[in-house]
Design a binder for this molecule. Structure first.
Ligand SMILES: Cc1ncc(COP(=O)(O)O)c(C=O)c1O
Length: 464
C-alpha cells in the first residue's frame, strides 16, 4: 500500500537507487549477504530512503508504520524537529572535538543527565553504542568491587561486540561466537508465562532466584562482581519480571557484595512509562545504568551512569572508558536535547497512553483468537506471545512469521522476538510520538493479519 506522501530517489540529491542496483551492491560489496546468514538477505527487504515521525518510506515510495522505531533509536519519532534543529546548529559550530579537553555540549550533558538520575546516581561518562556501555559497566563493576564474575539472565541480550557482550547475550547461542569470556554465567530468567521451574507466581516465592543463586555460588570462579539485566528483557521476548523480583534480586546481590547493573538501552528515557524501567519497582536503585538507543535522538551516543562512591573506587583502581567520538559536541548536544524532549514532551506519559490503547485492543483480540497466548510489556515496549494452543502453549513460530509477512505487505513493520530459539513474540516498539490514528491503523492491520493466520491455522489443524 502506498500512503499519501511518496518519496523517491530524486528526494535525496544525487542518489539514484533501484532494487536491481541495491541487490547488486549487496551481493558484490557487502557481507554477510547469503540469505541463510544472520543479517543476510537484507536486500530482499524494503530499502529505506526517508523517515519522519512514525513512518519510513522505501525506494519504491511505499510508506510503512515503523513499530520498531528504527533499531529502537527513533523512539522520540524519526526526525524529531527539535533534534534536527539542534543537530543543524551544532554541526555548524563544532562537530568533533578531542576527548582530552572538555567542550561545552559535553559539560551541559553531564549536568542535565546528572540532575535527571535518581539519587544516589549522579555521575556519567559517554560512549557511542549500547555494547560499549556493557563493556564499560562490567569493567566499572569489577574495578569497584575487586571481583570478577558477572551474572546475567539466560534470555538476556546485551550487544554484539565480539567478546564480553556476546558472552553475556545468553539469548543468542553464545557458543556460536569464537570465544566466550570467562567468569560470565547465567541465572534463570523469571519468565512467568513459561516458568523454567513450572511453578506459578506468586506462590513460587521466587524459587527461580533462589535456585539460580545456589548454582551461581557453586560456580563462581572468584569473588563475584555484578549482575547485569534489563528491567524488561526486550530481545528475549519482552519478558517482564514479576513484581518484587528486582527487590529480591538486589538483596541477593548485596549479600554477596555484588553490584546491580541495569541495561536500560531499550527501557530507559520514558519508554516503559517511567523515566527508567527499573522505577516500576519502588525501593530498587541499581548501582550502574547503561543508556543508549534513543538517547541522542537517533545519533550514536551512550552513557554509563553510577554513584560518586562507585566511580571513586573504580577510578582508584585505574578505571577509564572512552572512544574517539564519545564526547563529540554534536553527539553531546543531541544527547542533551533528547533528554529535554523526553521531559518537556512527557514521553513517559505518552508511552503509558500507547500501552493502554494497544493492550486494550489485544485483550479484545484475545477473546476472538486462541493464538494470542500472552500480552505483556510496558509503555512502548510491548510483546504479544503467540501459541498454537493456549493450554499447551505450543509456540506458534511459523504463524508469527506469516503475520509478520502480512503486516509488511500492508505497510506495518515490527520485529519478531522470542526466548532461547523461539520466534513467536510480536514485539511492538512504536515511537512515543505515535498518534492514536497511527496506532489504530497498525492495530487494524495486525487484527487482519491475526485473523488470516488464525483461520489458516484452524483449517490446518482440522486436517491433521
Ligand atoms: C538491551 C540491549 N543492550 C545492548 C544492546 C547493544 O546495543 P548496540 O547495538 O548499540 O551496541 C542492545 C541492542 O539491541 C540491547 O537491546
Amino acid at each position: 500500500m502506498i500512503l499519501s506522501r511518496n518519496y523517491t530517489n530524486s528526494d535525496i540529491k544525487g542518489v539514484v537507487m533501484d532494487e536491481g542496483h541495491a541487490k547488486h551492491i549487496a551481493r558484490k560489496w557487502m557481507f554477510p549477504a547469503a540469505d541463510t546468514s544472520y543479517m543476510g538477505g537484507l536486500e530482499n527487504r524494503p530499502i529505506l530512503i526517508h523517515s519522519k515521525g512514525c513512518a519510513v518510506t522505501d525506494i519504491n515510495g511505499k510508506e510503512y508504520l515503523d513499530f520498531q522505531s528504527g533499531q529502537m533509536g527513533a523512539a522520540l519519532g524519526h526526525q524529531h524537529p527539535r533534534m534536527v534543529a539542534v543537530i543543524e546548529k551544532t554541526i555548524n559550530t563544532m562537530t568533533h572535538a578531542t576527548n582530552t579537553m572538555l567542550n561545552v555540549p559535553r559539560l551541559r550533558l553531564h549536568e542535565r543527565l546528572g540532575k535527571l538520575l535518581p539519587k544516589p546516581l549522579s555521575k556519567s561518562l559517554f560512549l557511542v553504542s549500547g555494547s560499549d556501555t556493557i563493556e564499560a559497566s562490567v569493567d566499572l563493576a569489577r574495578k569497584a568491587t575487586g571481583g570478577t564474575d558477572i551474572l546475567g539472565f539466560h534470555a538476556g541480550l546485551h550487544g554484539s561486540t565480539s567478546y564480553l557482550t556476546r558472552s553475556l547475550s545468553f539469548n543468542w547461542e553464545r557458543r556460536k561466537h569464537s570465544i566466550v569470556a570467562p567468569a560470565t554465567a547465567s541465572i534463570m530468567t523469571p519468565y512467568c508465562y513459561r516458568c523454567p521451574l513450572k511453578l506459578s507466581f506468586p506462590t513460587c516465592n521466587f524459587q527461580c532466584l533462589e535456585a539460580s543463586f545456589e548454582l551461581a555460588d557453586a560456580n563462581f570462579m572468584s569473588q563475584p562482581a555484578a549482575f547485569i539485566g534489563e528491567p524488561i528483557l526486550s530481545a528475549g521476548g519482552v519478558i517482564q519480571p514479576p513484581d518484587g523480583y528486582l527487590t529480591k534480586l538486589q538483596l541477593a546481590l548485596k549479600a554477596r557484595g555484588m553490584l546491580m547493573i541495569m541495561d536500560e538501552a531499550q527501557t530507559g528515557l520514558g519508554k516503559t512509562g517511567k523515566l527508567f524501567g527499573f522505577q516500576h519497582e519502588t525501593g530498587v536503585t541499581p548501582d550502574i545504568i547503561g543508556l543508549s538507543k534513543h538517547f541522542g535522538g537517533g545519533l550514536p551516543i551512550s552513557a554509563v551512569c553510577t554513584t560518586a562512591a562507585i566511580a571513586k573506587k573504580a577510578v582508584k583502581h585505574g578505571y577509564f572508558a572512552t572512544r574517539s567520538h564519545a564526547t563529540d559536541p554534536l553527539l553531546c548536544a543531541a544527547g542533551e536535547e533528547s533528554l529535554n524532549i523526553v521531559v518537556d514532551e512527557d514521553m513517559a506519559g505518552k508511552a503509558r497512553q500507547i500501552e493502554k490503547r494497544v493492550k486494550a485492543a489485544f485483550n479484545r483480540m484475545a477473546k476472538e483468537f486462541e493464538i494470542i497466548g500472552d500480552i505483556r510489556g510496558r509503555g512502548v515496549l510491548l510483546g504479544i506471545e503467540l501459541v498454537e494452543n493456549r493450554e499447551k502453549k505450543t509456540p506458534a513460530n511459523s504463524l508469527t512469521k506469516q503475520i509478520f509477512n502480512y503486516c509488511l505487505d500492508k505497510g506495518l513493520i515490527f520485529q519478531i522476538r522470542g526466548t532461547r530459539g523461539l520466534q513467536n513474540v510480536i514485539r511492538l516498539v512504536p515511537p512515543m510520538t505515535t498518534t492514536n490514528g497511527e496506532l489504530d491503523r497498525a492495530l487494524s492491520i495486525l487484527y487482519d493479519a491475526i485473523r488470516h493466520a488464525s483461520k489458516r491455522h484452524l483449517i490446518a489443524f482440522e486436517n491433521i
